[in-house]
Ligand binder design. Sequence first.
Ligand code: BES
Ligand code: MN
Ligand code: MN
Length: 458
Amino acid sequence: MSDSRDVLARVEREQAQYLEELKEYIRIPSISTDPDYKGEVLRCAGFLADKLRAAGLTVETIETEGHPLVYAEWLGAPGKPTVLFYGHYDVQPADPLEEWRNPPFEPTEEGDCLVARGTTDDKGQSYTHVKAVAAMLAERGRLPVNVKFLVEGEEESGGEAIEKFVRADAGRKLGCTSVVVSDTSMYQPGVPALTYGLKGLAYFEIRVYGPNRDLHSGVYGGGVTNPLNALCGIVASLRDEATGRVRIEGFYDDVRPLADWERKEFAALGFDEVEQRRDLEGAVRSGVVGYTYLERTWARPTCDLNGIFGGYMGKGAKTVLPAWAGCKVSFRLVADQTPAKIAELLRAHVEKVTPAGVRVEVDYLHGADAVTVDATGPEAEAALSALEDVWGVRGVRVRTGGAIPIVGTFAQVLQVPVLLLGFGLEDDRLHSPNEKFNISHYYNGIRTVVRLLDRMGG
Ligand code: BES
Ligand code: MN
Ligand code: MN
């Protein structure tokens, strides 16, 4: 473990510039799901490629059917480990726009927080990799390990480009000794974390079709199956409200139970449900028997309605029996559930509970496998020590309810440890208005990556 004082002093001196550079990156509205922003997504990939090149890496922008991948490498340390950094340069849409305090793509400093879309998810977090490597190369002209970057532009929109690329590459270009991802959160302010479990996802749209046109609800009501009523029945049948338990037959068959050591570690974290209730103004499920809050959110599968639509949604009242209705519903999965099997079970369930007089379509929109990684090997130890070097507190091992689809593929194809080394906070409002990233976390993230590389390089 060599000493990092030289580079850390440079980071200290230059941090204001690093922040300005991050702001430039954030100003590019790289919304991957919206075709109107295709040009901006491309421009964002170009920005990142330029910065990696300027830092001294060999860079390649890889065209795909969707948005490009940015690949970069520096392989000047033969015989040393090779770290593959993953991140995503795309962001979620900014709406609802009226709820932002400042324009969503104008990064604004509010105390220690940088507020804008993409600050924490994932530009600010993953740019710590770029600046750490750039600072090390600038200071020393070399790195203690080899590094590769693979940064994608469609993580937020369910794109498959990276999945295809990683599978086709099969560890040739991407061969490495560990993968480092910064797209998760710390346990709480002041307590850094290494995440070892990500949930999977299976996301659906369900549409229910009834009569061939909207009808007068007095003239026809009672005589015709109302698709919106039918949809609500279907939705209600999916889960038991009191326990949150999913009522689809076979849904729990592949669920890997929580290990005793995990339940103990979770309990030892002393999660403060009262504080959580205060933050969310009461909206916390309590009284669920069998699993604690952390166990439910981190390690048990869930079912949530994301949106529901149909019928009259304007002002005032309109008496109408709508011709159709729909909803978006998602399941967060845990190992070893798979989106394909869940899709099959959902279809069978919906068919069983659909009343006569309507036709139902179930579309699978996208998904991801759940993944748990080993957080006990030498790489994980190096990461926990690097966190401790910088934050002064030993990192804790946590899981999360979020999904990062490519992580499971990395683990499977590359067969190396994946370090989920996040610098965000649970209240960063990712995907929400006024998303933020603590500026001190950006700087500490850079320092942590510097320490990690020096520790790995020995
Ligand atoms: N960075 C998040 C995942 C995340 C959030 C991990 C919070 C840990 C803590 C990622 O960008 C994300 O939003 N993933 C999506 C999945 C995707 C298929 C749209 C998610 O979890 O909804
Ligand atoms: Mn993310
Ligand atoms: Mn996200």
